[in-house]
Design a protein around this ligand. Structure first.
Ligand SMILES: Cc1cc2nc3c(=O)[nH]c(=O)nc-3n(C[C@H](O)[C@H](O)[C@H](O)COP(=O)(O)OP(=O)(O)OC[C@H]3O[C@@H](n4cnc5c(N)ncnc54)[C@H](O)[C@@H]3O)c2cc1C
Length: 362
C-alpha cells in the first residue's frame, strides 16, 4: 500500500526538475528535503543550455546576464572573452531553488521538510522511507536527488564518492574594491581555479579543485585570494563536494533512481552541475512515466554520461599542463567555448566545434 506515486529526496535543482515534470503529468509527488534555509553552497552560474532546459522562465531570479568572461593565469595577462548574446546568467542559488520549488508546487508537488533520513526499505513493488522525525512515505518509485553526499545512496550501501571540491563565500558590493566581470583565475590553486561571479549587491567568490585530494580548497586560501582580488574578506564561507563523473556510479538500485550530483552528473572541467542536475531530473521523470524506469533511465542518461567521461579525460589533461591549457583558454579555445555556450552548446559540443575549426585550418 503506497500513499504517493513518486518520492523525491532532495529539493535542489535535480529534485525540483523531476518534481515539476511528474506533478505536471498528474502523479502524486512528495518531495522530502532538508529546509531550503540551510542553503546549498553554489555560485549560481547558469549557462544558456541549462536556462533552455527549464520548463519555465527563470528570469525573475536572474541577477545579471553575462556576455564577458575574464580569464587569467599568472604566466599571461588577463584576457576578456566577449559574446554578442549572454552565455550564462547569474542567480543567487537560494533564490533559484526557492523559485523552482514554487514552480513544482504550482504543478501539485507536495514538499515536506526533514532533518534527514533514518531508513529506507525496498520491497518488490514499493519503496518506503522514514525520516529522522518518524514520518513515513512510500511509493512505487523514489528519486534520490540528495546531492553529492547522498544519504539515500549511503542507506542502500552504495558508494558514491564525490570527485571535485569547491569552497565559496560572498563579499558585499560596498566592500569590493573594484566590481569585477565574471572571472576565472587559473593557477591560484593547484588543480583548479578561483572565480569571481558578480551578483549585483555582492560578489560570489570561490575556489574549485577538479579532483578531491589534488589540493584542499581551504578557507585561508579563499580569504587570501579574496583579499588579493577584491580587497576584502568573504562572508558566509562554505565548502561542499561536487558529484562529478566516476566510472562505477550506479544510476538505479531497485526502485530508486539517482539524479544530479547523487548520480555524478556534474562536468569536471569547470564544475558546472546545474545543467546535469536539471537534465537527469527530467530524464528520470520521463522514465518513471514509461515502462521499466530502472532500465529506461540509465539508457536515457547514457549520452550525457559519455560526454562527462570525455570531459573527465579532458580535465586530467587540462589541469596536468595548466600554463599551456589556460593560455589556450585565453585564446581561440576560450572564444569557441563562450560562443558555443551562448548558443546553448555543451562542453563536448563546443570541443567538437573547436576541433572542426582546427582541422579546417590545416
Ligand atoms: C561551491 C560550489 C559552487 C558551485 N557553483 C556552480 C555554478 O555556478 N554553476 C553550476 O552549474 N554548478 C555549480 N556547482 C555545482 C552545483 O551546485 C551542483 O552540481 C548542483 O547543485 C547539483 O544539484 P542537485 O539537485 O543534484 O544537488 P544539490 O543541489 O546538492 O541538492 C540536494 C538537495 O538534497 C537535500 N538533501 C541533502 N541531504 C538530504 C537528506 N539526508 N535528506 C533530505 N534532503 C537532503 C539538500 O538540502 C538539497 O536540497 C557548484 C558547487 C559548489 C560546491
Amino acid at each position: 500500500m503506497t500513499n504517493w506515486d513518486v518520492l523525491i529526496v532532495g529539493a535542489g535543482q535535480a529534485g525540483c526538475a523531476a518534481a515539476w515534470d511528474l506533478a505536471a503529468a498528474g502523479l502524486r509527488v512528495a518531495v522530502i528535503s532538508r529546509p531550503l534555509s540551510r542553503g546549498k553552497p553554489c555560485a549560481g552560474g547558469v549557462t544558456e543550455k541549462a536556462v533552455a532546459r527549464y520548463r519555465f522562465s527563470i528570469a525573475p531570479v536572474v541577477r545579471e546576464a553575462v556576455t564577458s568572461l575574464a580569464v587569467s593565469h599568472p604566466s599571461s595577462p588577463v584576457r576578456h572573452l566577449s559574446t554578442a548574446t549572454p552565455f550564462c546568467v547569474m542567480t543567487e542559488r537560494a533564490e533559484l531553488d526557492a523559485f523552482c520549488c514554487g514552480q513544482a508546487e504550482q504543478q501539485g508537488a507536495v514538499f515536506h521538510e526533514t532533518g534527514g533520513l533514518r531508513g529506507i526499505e525496498q520491497r518488490a513493488d514499493y519503496v518506503r522511507i522514514e525520516t529522522r522525525e518518524g514520518a513515513v512515505f512510500s511509493a512505487p518509485w523514489l528519486i534520490a536527488a540528495d546531492g553529492a553526499n547522498s544519504a539515500v545512496a549511503r542507506l542502500l550501501g552504495e558508494r558514491h564518492p564525490a570527485g571535485a571540491m569547491a569552497i565559496e563565500g560572498c563579499v558585499p558590493r560596498e566592500n569590493v574594491r573594484d566590481y569585477p566581470p565574471m572571472t576565472l583565475d587559473f593557477g591560484v590553486i593547484r588543480g583548479g581555479y578561483g572565480w569571481l561571479f558578480p551578483k549585483g549587491d555582492h560578489v560570489n567568490v570561490g575556489l574549485y579543485v577538479w579532483r578531491h585530494g589534488v589540493a584542499a580548497p581551504e578557507r585561508s586560501t579563499l580569504q587570501r585570494y579574496c583579499r588579493a582580488r577584491l580587497g576584502a574578506e568573504a562572508e558566509q564561507v562554505a565548502g561542499y563536494p561536487l558529484g562529478t563523473w566516476l566510472p562505477h556510479t550506479r544510476l538505479a538500485n531497485g526502485r530508486v533512481l539517482f539524479v544530479g550530483d547523487a548520480a555524478g552528473c556534474t562536468e569536471v572541467l569547470l564544475g558546472e552541475g546545474i545543467y546535469g542536475a536539471v537534465l537527469s531530473g527530467q530524464l528520470a521523470a520521463q522514465a518513471i512515466l514509461g515502462e521499466r524506469p530502472d532500465v529506461l533511465y540509465p539508457r536515457a542518461l547514457a549520452g550525457w554520461r559519455e560526454e562527462l567521461q570525455q570531459v573527465s579525460r579532458l580535465g586530467a589533461l587540462f589541469y596536468g599542463v595548466l600554463p599551456v591549457s589556460s593560455r589556450l583558454l585565453q585564446g581561440r579555445l576560450g572564444s569557441t567555448l563562450v560562443n558555443g555556450f551562448s548558443q546553448g552548446l555543451t562542453l563536448g559540443q563546443c570541443k567538437r566545434q573547436w576541433r572542426g575549426a582546427q582541422s579546417l585550418k590545416l
